[in-house]
Design a protein around this ligand. Sequence first.
Ligand code: DON
Length: 565
Amino acid sequence: MKQYLVILCLLVTLIACKDHAPLTHTKTHGLITQQAMVVSARKEASQIGSDILKKGGNAFDAMVATELALAVAYPYAGNIGGGGFMVYRLHTGETGALDYREKAPMAATKNMYLDSLGNVVPHKSTVGPMAVGVPGTIAGVFASHKKFGSLPIEDIIQPVIELAERGVVVTEMQEERLKYFQPYFQEVNPNGTVLTGNWKSKDTIKYAALAKTLKAVMIGGDDEFYKGETAKTLAKFIQEQGGIIIEEDLARYEAKWRKPITFEYDGLKITSMSPPSSGGICLAQIMKMIEPYDLDLFGHNSLKTIQVLAEAERRAYADRSHYLGDPDFVNIPQEDLISSEYLIERMGDFSFEQATASEDISHGKVDIIESNETTHYSIVDQFGNAIAVTTTLNSGFGSKLYCPELGFFLNNEMDDFSSKPGVPNVYGLIGAEANSILPEKRMLSSMTPTIVEKDGKLLMTLGTPGGSTIITSVLQTILNVHEFKMTMQEAVNAPRFHHQWLPDEIRMEPNRFEKGLIKQLESKGYEINEERSPVIGIVDGILIQEDGSLEGGADPRGDDTAIGF
Ligand code: DON
């Protein structure tokens, strides 16, 4: 938590400067370019992605470069030991989605995180080798490149290898983070990791082992990672550490093209991630529930707007918990869940007079920790293609397990399964049978890479980390632009809040909402928690302006940067 307090102090200063400008008078804009842009968590990754576009590559070439560059420059969440989701919209208007989410290993069992008394064994699904799901990122980037890429893979990966060899300069935020994580690295990796040490801002960290792995993958393709020497080394390492992933798990992994969730909201067409992410369905549910209300008249972050959003969020997250899981394993009543009839009825008992109790929707008590340990990047290319990609190791540095020979951290995505019905995961999310563990099943996600169109034209591509708060951060950013007429940068900067059914509270970014407003909400029966999340989400997005130019929104809550031309 200490880490977040330090980051918070930095952020409050930073964000306060931007937000106190009256939004209706002087508009605060992010980077504006005419043709193409990449917005990501690190300037090194945005630069490499933008360079690929400049060389004539398209958004999918830049996706491969940016994703791999984040694995080097932002190992906190960028990865080749994790997974993610991409939503795209081609310049023709065709949309689609790619699922490279991790899978449970074949030896996984429903009760693998329970002791003999049926209780969840603390940390088993979050730290160390048993927490690791079969990684999907390399399959994802190669699937993207094979289907849509235009440049030779060597031209795309070589600059990333050079970045890893040259090294990456530590930022102030990273210094705090690395200090905080040293004991965790030490506990899981007594022989050290590339990040073990007293790193200070402006130091350069070189990633030689990762450069070697990337070179092998550049030459041997995804088969090298899933069936070649890299696969052998990885499986052997995980088993030596006490994990259950075997070579066959890697060999059987594949990324999957999915049909995204598409829905309309007040004249916008929104395309977002389908299961095994809950993002698209939850976003659709919330937006359909709030559509009948005049949010623009209520005003941004006004009492009534917060009430409507919180109540819709409460109801959507209750459904998430019950119905959603890997569509290859469970039947999801997708059409019904996002139908207007169902959602209007779902909001039928909402009143502006008094908060609905989450217990009346369902029941349970939870405790959670919140943070921003995933990462999102958005790309628009000079041909008019747009992508939104959210990728993760789950927690910061995943399971903390680092493979020294291959040079990367492994995810702890297994915690996104429901280890036991009714027992919350690290994000306080409660799951049911639909998200229980089975061999080769994908764990439910909240990641919400999203693309918005207006009048048949691309309007916005966006997304964010933030565990369970991802969906509501994406929601608020879209509303900030569409309902409250903010620029992309203002929409990203604006204070955020979040409700997720359980625990029954509205989380707010601390000291960013008026005390009087908080009192009014409390008087209507809402519990407000300003302590849980120093920041909610780190949103990166690109908005197409009326004149066709691009505006980047890079979240000042992180080191995020927009670069383009
Ligand atoms: O897939 C998910 O929903 C989570 N593994 C995302 C994790 C995340 O956003 C980390 N940041 N809090």
